[in-house]
Design a protein around this ligand. Structure first.
Ligand SMILES: Cc1ncc(COP(=O)(O)O)c(C=O)c1O
Length: 393
């Protein structure tokens, strides 16, 4: 085998994508697998966005574009965020990226390097760790506690020694995997804590539109001009507009940082696919009612899962999520009794009961599992019946 660069020698692919692929392979063999693994709306992309993309192709929007994205789309996103997220944004502060994921990747490549530490509240999304380490920096997990309902409680970090080389912190609300949308009060306290330490803030807001029980989304950058200068906001259309496969997201931040991130894009993937960007102009104007309809459906599913989990408390504990489409369930009661790990449980559930869910250890929290309810009630029922059968075996 050829010698690998040390940068990638220990790199693993995303465990969520791996489990989703294993489930897909079983399905291809004709097995009736229920997948509650990927964080992906099961609805198709709204029709007007599909039409906009095919029209753009027919009209020749099939050529290279500026690497930061079409100016029209940068402007449309700047206007949308100014209107919806409560802070003023100019087009030059927007970078159009291949999904929120690549925005996070470019932001970290731009801001972190060997010798730095980057703080990540944990449990946290699976890709943060790998992305931080690919910059050469060290990831330092900061605990988020189940006893706090997985709320953001910076008082918990007060006694912790934050190393002097800590440069930045990643924050994600509404949160994957916990399903918690942090409150304005919590975020204000968090911002005070971070600015006191002169940290940059990378705010992943990809689930900003998926909220329940009257929760509000608060963009970190809306909490004042000083914090805006320290923050890169990341979001996109994947979840809110059912566009996961399109790969269309953005980063918003100080123009000098966005310029460097754009240079990285220009030297790597050049830009996001031209007709996908063009369809983004239609996506940016999608009536809020369309998103609300989908969120209502997610809410029905959330209620259904709550009903099922309520009947499983002999085996697990959970809290009521108010954002995204995940339950992060503590199965330590069951796992301690049978002497198994969360990874073993998920493996057996997939191979023997044909339900795909993600082990909590992938998010930095053992004995938990993440269940995505971005699936219809019929499939959720099937999945919970199978999980119950596994637990009672
Ligand atoms: C917390 C979080 N951030 C970012 C992403 C990536 O979003 P995108 O598909 O827009 O790249 C995901 C996708 O699952 C996610 O859960």
């Amino acid at each position: 085998m050829l010698k690998l660069a040390s940068r990638v020698a220990a790199l693993q692919s995303s465990s969520i994508m791996d489990i989703a692929a294993q489930a897909g392979a079983l399905k291809a063999k004709g097995v009736d697998v229920v997948t509650l693994a990927a964080g992906e709306p099961d609805f198709n992309t709204p029709e007007e966005i599909q039409v906009a993309a095919t029209k753009a192709m027919a009209e020749g929007i099939t050529k290279y574009t500026p690497s930061a994205g079409f100016n029209a789309l940068r402007e449309a996103i700047a206007e949308k965020v100014t209107r919806e997220n409560g802070f003023p944004v100019k087009a030059e502060e927007v970078l159009i990226t291949s999904g929120a994921k690549h925005a996070l990747y470019f932001a970290l490549q731009t801001l972190a390097e060997a010798g730095d530490a980057v703080l990540v509240p944990t449990p946290g999304w699976v890709s943060y760790h790998a992305m931080v380490e690919l910059t050469g920096a060290q990831m330092i997990p900061l605990p988020i506690y189940e006893e706090d309902g997985f709320q953001l409680n910076v008082d918990r970090w007060k006694g912790m020694a934050i190393p002097p080389n800590a440069r930045g912190i990643l924050i994600n609300s509404p949160n994957n995997p916990t399903g918690v949308a942090y409150s304005r009060e919590q975020l204000k306290k968090f911002v005070g804590w971070a600015l006191q330490r002169n940290l940059w803030i990378l705010s992943d807001e990809i689930y900003e539109k998926i909220l329940y029980d009257g929760a509000e989304h608060v963009s970190i950058a809306s909490l004042g001009p000083e914090v805006r200068n320290h923050t890169i906001t990341v979001s996109g259309f994947s979840k809110s507009h059912c566009m996961t496969g399109w790969r269309l997201g953005w980063a918003i931040g100080p123009a000098d940082i966005i310029k460097k991130m754009s240079a990285l894009q220009s030297q790597s993937i050049s830009h996001v696919t031209s007709f996908v960007q063009w369809a983004g102009l239609t996506a940016a104007k999608l009536p809020a009612s369309k998103i609300d309809e989908m969120v209502e459906k997610f809410d029905e599913r959330r209620q259904y899962c709550l009903g099922r989990l309520e009947k499983m408390t002999e085996y697990c504990s959970y809290h009521r999520p108010n954002g995204a489409f995940y339950f992060f369930v503590n199965f330590s009661k069951f796992l301690n009794k049978v002497g198994k790990s969360d990874a073993e449980m998920c493996k057996e559930l997939l191979s023997d009961h044909h339900v795909a869910i993600i082990p909590g250890s992938a998010f930095g929290k053992e004995k938990f599992v993440r269940i995505s309810y971005a699936n219809n009630i019929e499939n959720l029922k099937k999945a919970f019946d199978r999980i119950e059968a596994y637990l009672k075996k």
